[in-house]
Structures are given as structure tokens and as C-alpha cells.
Design a protein around this ligand. Structure first.
Ligand SMILES: C[S@@+](CC[C@H](N)C(=O)[O-])C[C@H]1O[C@@H](n2cnc3c(N)ncnc32)[C@H](O)[C@@H]1O
Length: 256
């Protein structure tokens, strides 16, 4: 079952979700970008920043969520929005930049996909990717705990769950034979979140979503309540009302 993305839930934490996207963009040194593809473009958050850097570029956003694309189309009329699955997508023309923030972790077989994306670049082009690599943290491992303790393994077997992002060294091995320059780094962001149940609200818009979508209303409530209690213990609210949520992310910029 395909995950139905909810722009409103996703954008609740727009600021901490934007920061890694900008860190990634900050390491893209292409001065002349005419054709830019944003893979898993979501609601088009990055468009103003792309425009700022490369005012004349053709920007093409690719996403397989009708909800996200509909929000993107309303917000940015000067961009071409394409509904497609990144796994089978092919560009109409070679790219100066293929950029993807927080999307490719939903796709399998990076050892095949990433070299294929390099093949869509111009000889001077770049591939820039950011993916969360937080699957060992309680925010993500507790999802598995709740699935098991509620006997939901079979029911949730076909959920389009987040795949663990591989070790940085594996991406080096996958990409280095094909590129002239490779920049790989990880950052752990200490995200400072407001509001009740902040970490559960965060994952509700991403990692938890494929599971919640499959459950009945009653199951969903039990699941989310149990998960919320466990994550609240792992990430307690501080006396000032803030919740600190450390979150690891992997960045890759490959230049041909
Ligand atoms: C976490 S959001 C990131 C959105 C945007 N890149 C940003 O930084 O705000 C992930 C996006 O990837 C899209 N996505 C996930 N799997 C996809 C696939 N196989 N093909 C196309 N888009 C996909 C989702 O629909 C969603 O809009």
C-alpha cells in the first residue's frame, strides 16, 4: 500500500526539516545550473532556494504523491511538476543537478538506483542527496517494539516501511567508481521541538505513517498512544517545554 503523504503533518516541523536541505544545497558548487531535477520534491520547499542560486534554471519536481504535488503546484507555478515513481523515472534531458532531500530512503536497491541517477547527469553535473539515518535511535526502533508487542507483524508486513539507510562507506563503494569528486558526511542535528508529544508527532508525518495508514481507527489509536508513551520516556520534555530530538542524517554530493 502506497504511503499517503499529508503536507500539513509534514510541514508542522518545517524549520528543522529545512535545515539539512539547505546544508546539502550549501555543498553544491555548480555555478551554472540550467536543468535541475528535485526528486521527491514534496511540497516544493526548496524552490525559492534553487531560484535564489540559479534564477534562470528549469526546475522540475518529481514526486509520486498527489497530495504533495497538489500543494507544490499551488505554491510554485514556475516549476514543472511531474508525478512519477523515482524508481522508474527518466529525465527528458540530461541534468546539471539532480537534488534529493529526505526522499531516497523510501526507495530500495541504492546500489542500482544511485549509479543510474549519475547516468542522467551532464558530464559536469552533480548528484546531491540527503537521507535520514536515524533508524537505530529510539524514535524509530520503538516503532518495531510496538508492532511486536501488539502482534501486528503479519498485518503490517506489506507496509511501505522506511528502509535502513546504509553505512557511508557503502555509498562510497557504490559511487566512487563513477565520479570525479565525492563529498560524504553525516550530521546529528539536535532538533529542539515545541509542543506536546513532539517526537511522536514528528514520526507520525514520516516513519510511522505507512503503518498507521494500514491500521483500523481503533488499532491506530492504541498503537499511537503506546508509541507516544514510549518515545516521551526516551525524549522527555524539558522544564522549558522543549523536547530535544537528536537526529542523524547522511549527505552525499557526487560530481562527475
Ligand atoms: C520527507 S518528504 C521530502 C520532501 C522534500 N524533498 C523536502 O525536503 O521538503 C519525502 C517525499 O518523497 C516522496 N517520495 C517517496 N517515495 C517516492 C518515490 N518512490 N517516488 C517519488 N517520490 C517519492 C514523497 O511523496 C514525499 O513527498
Amino acid at each position: 500500500m502506497a504511503t499517503i503523504w499529508d503536507p500539513k503533518q509534514y510541514l508542522k516541523f518545517a524549520a528543522p526539516r529545512l535545515r539539512p536541505a539547505l546544508d546539502l544545497l550549501g555543498q553544491v558548487y555548480q555555478s551554472d545550473v540550467k536543468t535541475l531535477y528535485d526528486l521527491g520534491s514534496g511540497t516544493g520547499n526548496l524552490v525559492p532556494f534553487f531560484r535564489d542560486r540559479w534564477p534562470e534554471a528549469s526546475i522540475i519536481g518529481v514526486d509520486n504523491s498527489k497530495n504533495m504535488l497538489s500543494a507544490a503546484r499551488k505554491a510554485h507555478r514556475d516549476v514543472t511538476w511531474i508525478e512519477a515513481d523515482i524508481a522508474s523515472w527518466q529525465p527528458d534531458e540530461s541534468a546539471d543537478l539532480i537534488y534529493s532531500n529526505a526522499a531516497l530512503q523510501w526507495l530500495p536497491e541504492h546500489e542500482v538506483l544511485f549509479p543510474k541517477l549519475l547516468g542522467f547527469l551532464k558530464p559536469s553535473g552533480a548528484l546531491a542527496i540527503q537521507m535520514p539515518r536515524n533508524h537505530l535511535a529510539p524514535s524509530h526502533s520503538l516503532i518495531e517494539d510496538v508492532i511486536h508487542s501488539n502482534g501486528l507483524v503479519d498485518k503490517l508486513r506489506n507496509a511501505e516501511a522506511l528502509l535502513p539507510v546504509l553505512d557511508p562507506e557503502v555509498y562510497y563503494n557504490i559511487l566512487s567508481p563513477f565520479v570525479g569528486d565525492l563529498n560524504i558526511w553525516e550530521s546529528e542535528f539536535i532538533q529542539i521541538l515545541d509542543g506536546d508529544n513532539a517526537v511522536a508527532e514528528w514520526t507520525k508525518g514520516t516513519a510511522l505513517k505507512p503503518y498507521l495508514d494500514i491500521l483500523s481507527e481503533e488499532e491506530r489509536k492504541v498503537f499511537f498512544d503506546q508509541y507516544s508513551t514510549l518515545v516521551a520516556r526516551a525524549y522527555p520534555v524539558r522544564p522549558d517545554g522543549k523536547t530535544l530530538f537528536p537526529f542523524r542524517r547522511l549527505f552525499i554530493v557526487a560530481r562527475m
